[in-house]
Design a protein around this ligand. Sequence first.
Ligand SMILES: Cc1cc2nc3c(=O)[nH]c(=O)nc-3n(C[C@H](O)[C@H](O)[C@H](O)COP(=O)(O)OP(=O)(O)OC[C@H]3O[C@@H](n4cnc5c(N)ncnc54)[C@H](O)[C@@H]3O)c2cc1C
Length: 380
Amino acid sequence: MEPNAAQRERVQAVLDFARGRLSPGARERDAAGTFDRGLWNEAAEFGLAGLPIPEAWGGSGYDAVDTMLVVEALGKACEDGGLVFSLCAHMFASAVPIWRARAPELHARYLRDIAAGTLICANGTTEPGAGSDIYAMKSTARRAGDEYVLDGTKCFITNAPVADLFLIYAMTQPERGFLGVSGFLVPRDTAGLRVTTEHAKTGLRTSPWGSIFLEECRVPASARLGPEGSGAALFNESMIWERACLFAYYVGAMERTLERCVEHARSRNQFGQSIGAFQSVSNRIVDMKLRLETSRLLLYRAGELHRSGKRCEEAVALSKLWISEAAVQSGLDAIQIFGGAGVATDTGIDSLMRDAVPSRIFSGSSEMQRAIIAKMLGLP
Ligand SMILES: Cc1cc2nc3c(=O)[nH]c(=O)nc-3n(C[C@H](O)[C@H](O)[C@H](O)COP(=O)(O)OP(=O)(O)OC[C@H]3O[C@@H](n4cnc5c(N)ncnc54)[C@H](O)[C@@H]3O)c2cc1C
């Protein structure tokens, strides 16, 4: 896919903004595990909190291809992977299902602020006993007159420590399994909702995460996102967007890392010659290039299918699986090519590997993507 003139111009603007505003200080923030709300606000003002949300609500109205081109440019130019991850979690796992729900009142109340990024969202799906097996969730939403009473615990929730609004998935009819799941929008200051901050993580360290405790948390019936039982469909649609578009970040980051490796292999001399002259080093770089290009092909193919409204679950699963595994391997290769400097954290060379390791787990683990693909192939 060859980007058109408008897309190239947009990508260049994102590259310039990310290099100039988002990357400076990224390594220090990463070391400290600091989320910078000021930078979030700048990114949001630039339009990076509402890429797929329709223009009528203040978003950019981009389809999956346009969205992934912007996210890929962020990967290329923004060293703050955690900030981009937080923006993507806000957009794809929260803003998208809120926009896609049949919930005009909630749209009118929240969607404009969500697309503008003045409200930060977190999506609460995972529970201590329900990770990959997500519809084993135990959180409940019991109807009581004009209200629902929410009870349960959510963990590993991106943005939870800083979020203003929570999209909580809970069982309204537990006996119906995934057909009994509904989504609810719960403002942070709601009585009965408590948030704790999770421990530091391997990578994406500037993206805060935490647990949500719901204890007799009462919300009006109007906080329900669409009809009762529509939660699983909304969640699945949001995961397709996330698996398709968030992983564009890693394609951009792989390209950025590859360029650094080529430059290093050309300039670093050992045994009287550049290390790039040793085939075991250059072959490693060639493999990184191959992973980058195959990742990009799978990414754009998934984006084109999504954009054209064709079935894309398998293409999206293949893209997500390949990119996350490729990014981990290329991250390890980059460290090896830089030798000691590769493990010195202040060089930032280890960041691709550290940021990519979680990508094999969130949005459905690599094993779960393989399970989706196997099912699509007709395997039992
Ligand atoms: C950085 C990060 C951010 C996250 N943000 C959010 C968020 O914002 N909101 C949210 O709700 N959740 C979030 N999560 C949670 C994430 O969705 C879960 O971690 C993920 O679904 C896996 O669940 P689990 O951690 O309980 O692992 P488990 O499900 O216990 O899996 C453990 C291992 O078993 C494997 N496994 C499990 N079942 C199968 C199977 N059927 N076949 C083969 N292998 C299997 C898994 O692949 C994995 O390797 C985040 C996670 C991470 C790492």
